[in-house]
Design a protein. Structure first.
Lengths: 154, 368
């Protein structure tokens, strides 16, 4: 091997040693930072679809209300009469409107949704499901994912 | 008929025809096969436009030439893309399991292994480093470093090699992962953390990383700064509009311009050289070593933790996000369909993004 190449390989080994050393050192420092941050700011108790804080996910009114009930349940218990009244009200509403219109969450207001706490699709799916209540199930070809007009027949 | 109208036809050379075929091949792979379509389609069209004779579109005063000077020569486009990548990246898996940060560091060895291999093949140190950075598996970092260290004729091949291998991660990585791990290791199940990282921690992390990275490797400040700024927009929770813009409009517009301009550097006289083949082979070598060192370090962590860490997640240390994490999931489920490794693999995956930005900065700090 020519001496020139051997010399440049030596230089490369120097760069590799310094480079890998600095990369490991930097990420080791980040590791320490992560450990310290987690000590200083303890982790949240809840995971999954639950937002970390109310400001992190500004949900649509219905969702926010559901969340409020979930986090801070009403003190008085819901009696069977109230449940029956609610069921009747929902039935009458469905009769009148044919379908119950649930407010669509404005995606721009849903806020940051992380890779792990990905509830974007769930929200969308849940609302699609709620909006379809009281309707007859649609045939496969009519179930479009977009607002585009679906092709019917051939 | 005016003679200028058909004036380009006599200027077509065999090189132009080959490059036009290559550009159409890229567009085909992007559309029909789905290989990194966001990049391969703009790059393919950039190559096509630059190789149509007598148009002058890729010359310095042509449309693509002006874009190249504005965004590529100044390294603006890769940095803006990194801002978008930061806004799209969720560091929670890394915050939940901090030890996986080290896997992101281990996988950067591919960069330096390819650097040494390129030197052995006779490249100069700067060019060898620009080729080695393909192993970072990170498009913006690769383009940022190569535009600073390599000659313009190498920018296109290096960027295309990087994005091609990123698209081929599901083909390149699994055999290496299977070769370096035992069935018993692949069967290891990792428990999911029961808690999520706090919002304050998520906000503090990018700020501290900017400060630390800039102090340790000042040349990495533009890359890490943009990455972490994007992430801060995402985690702050009060600048939703800016976060959404970075995640969508900004990164999309930059991707179009970056692809077109990188493609425009791939003219026949620059691309159809023997060195292009060398760059592609070294890029593959770099990816292979990066995956292997990630898995080997995963094995070390597996032994150190008493068998609690599945070494497969080490392969996700290459920062092809989230493709590498998905490959880990797939290989793990081949042995145990009930084993869900993807969220564990996302830790080293996002650490890999950070590691590659640091590695790029370190290389620039030593060589630029």
């Amino acid at each position: 091997m020519p001496e020139e190449i051997v010399k440049s390989i030596e230089e490369g080994l120097y760069v590799a040693t310094i480079g890998m050393g600095l990369v490991f050192f930097s990420l080791l420092m980040f590791l320490l930072v992560l450990v310290v941050i987690r000590r200083v700011f303890p982790d949240d108790d809840h995971t999954g679809d639950m937002p970390t804080t109310p400001t992190e996910a500004k949900l649509a009114p219905t969702e926010a209300l559901l969340e409020k009930i979930y986090i801070d349940p009403p003190k008085e218990s819901i009696t069977g009469e109230k449940v029956a009244a609610m069921a009747v009200a929902i039935y009458l509403q469905m009769e009148n409107l044919e379908k119950v219109q649930m407010p669509e969450p404005v995606l721009s207001e849903v806020g940051h949704i992380g890779l792990i706490e990905s509830s974007n699709w769930k929200l969308k799916g849940r609302n699609t499901f709620m909006n379809n209540q009281g309707q007859r199930p649609s045939t496969f070809r009519q179930r479009g994912r977009s607002n585009h007009q679906q092709r019917r027949g051939f | 008929m005016s003679p200028e109208l058909l004036g380009a036809i006599p200027d077509i050379t065999l090189g132009h025809v080959v490059m036009i075929c290559i550009s159409l091949g890229m567009v085909y792979l992007g559309i029909a096969k789905g290989y990194e379509p966001l990049l391969l389609i703009p790059i393919g069209v950039g190559v096509l436009l630059a190789n149509l004779p007598s148009t002058g579109i890729a010359e310095d005063d042509g449309m693509l030439g002006i874009l190249r000077k504005a965004g590529l020569d100044t390294e603006l486009f890769p940095l803006l893309m990194f801002l978008g990548v930061g806004a799209l990246t969720d560091f929670t898996p890394m915050l939940q399991n901090p030890t996986t940060v080290l896997l992101g560091a281990a996988a950067q060895f591919g960069i330096f292994a390819a650097l040494i291999a390129a030197l052995a093949l006779g490249w100069d140190l700067q060019t060898a480093a620009a080729i080695g950075i393909i192993g970072s598996a990170d498009g913006p970092t690769t383009i940022f470093v190569s535009t600073k260290l390599a000659d313009i004729e190498l920018w296109g091949p290096i960027a295309v090699a990087a994005y091609s291998y990123m698209a081929m991660v599901p083909i390149i990585q699994p055999p290496i992962m299977r070769l370096l791990t035992t069935k018993r290791e692949r069967l290891i199940r990792m428990p999911y953390p029961s808690r999520s990282a706090s919002r304050k921690a998520k906000i503090m992390f990018p700020l501290i990383v900017i400060i630390l990275a800039s102090l340790i490797a000042p040349a990495s400040a533009p890359l890490v700064g943009m990455l972490m700024f994007g992430n801060l927009l995402r985690e702050a929770g009060v600048v939703e509009r800016l976060s959404q813009s970075a995640q969508n409009e900004l990164i999309n517009i930059t991707t179009i311009f970056l692809g077109l301009t990188v493609g425009s550097t791939m003219t026949a006289e620059r691309f159809l050289e023997q060195q292009t083949i060398g760059i592609f082979l070294l890029g593959l070598f770099s990816f292979t070593i990066a995956t292997a060192t990630g898995v080997i370090f995963g094995k070390i962590m597996c032994y150190a933790s008493g068998g609690k860490i599945n070494p497969l997640i080490g392969a996700a240390g290459v920062s092809a996000i989230p493709m590498a994490a998905r490959v880990v999931q797939k290989v793990g489920q081949e042995e145990d369909p009930e084993n869900w490794l993807i969220m564990h693999a996302m830790g080293p995956n996002v650490a890999g993004v950070l590691g590659s930005a640091i590695a790029g900065g370190v290389i620039l700090g030593i060589l630029a």
